[in-house]
Design a protein around this ligand. Structure first.
Ligand code: COA
Length: 183
């Protein structure tokens, strides 16, 4: 079973009961503010199935995140190989939470567990994080877990249509440089 535990969170495989709250958060324009658009329920279901398939096949990927005390599904966090066609390669960390779950430190807590897993269990030499330059909340998570930013890595994301979301930034983390996680 592919799971990570933190003080307050459980990162786990996806369940059918996640699909309704997952579709709802992906239909929220605020959650999708830094992406090219909101997702239909079908697109959300397809992504959850893809994420679950990756977890089963490989044992890691984009985990569903729930608040351990209540069992409430709040989004995802995890690791995935960088898409082909980007101007760099490696494994990236990522996170997306429903709006009511913002402002509690959950993304930072999940991200620390994820990078601990990447370094300790997968032996990764480096973990990246990538976002559109204006996504300051996500950049703050990157900074809080100890990732570093070099403007020399700035790039135009080829997967994003021309426009303000295209200029993107890369944060990098090496083993031993992240804030200690919760185990
Ligand atoms: C990116 C995203 C996950 C960040 O969420 P977030 O709530 O800002 O980040 P955290 O969960 O780490 O919470 C940090 C906030 O909680 C506060 N906080 C409260 N309790 C806390 C605790 N126990 N520990 C740490 N922080 C705590 C912090 O002070 C901080 O508040 P601030 O933003 O007012 O400074 C969220 O904005 C999101 O899902 N966005 C849409 C999807 C997206 O853009 N994903 C990233 C794509 S690259």
């Amino acid at each position: 079973m592919s799971e990570l535990r933190t003080a307050r969170l459980l990162l786990r495989e996806w369940r059918d009961s996640d699909l309704v709250p997952w579709a709802a958060m992906n239909a929220d324009p605020e959650v999708r503010r830094y992406f090219p658009g909101v997702l239909t329920p079908e697109q959300s279901a397809a992504s959850a199935a893809r994420f679950q398939g990756d977890l089963v096949r490989r044992g890691w990927g984009w985990w569903a995140v729930e608040v351990a005390a209540t069992g409430e599904f709040i989004g995802f966090a995890g690791l995935d190989p960088v898409e082909e066609g980007m101007p760099f390669t490696g494994v990236e960390a990522g996170w997306r939470l429903a709006r009511p779950a913002w402002g509690h430190g959950y993304a930072t807590e999940a991200a620390l567990a994820v990078v601990d897993f990447g370094f300790e269990k997968l032996g990764l030499p480096e973990i990246l994080a990538v976002t559109t330059a204006g996504n300051l909340r996500s950049r703050a998570v990157m900074r809080r877990i100890g990732m570093t930013y070099d403007p020399a890595d700035d790039f135009d994301d080829p997967d994003v249509p021309e426009g303000p979301l295209r200029p993107s930034v890369v944060y990098r983390l090496r083993p031993g440089h992240h804030r200690p996680g919760e185990g």
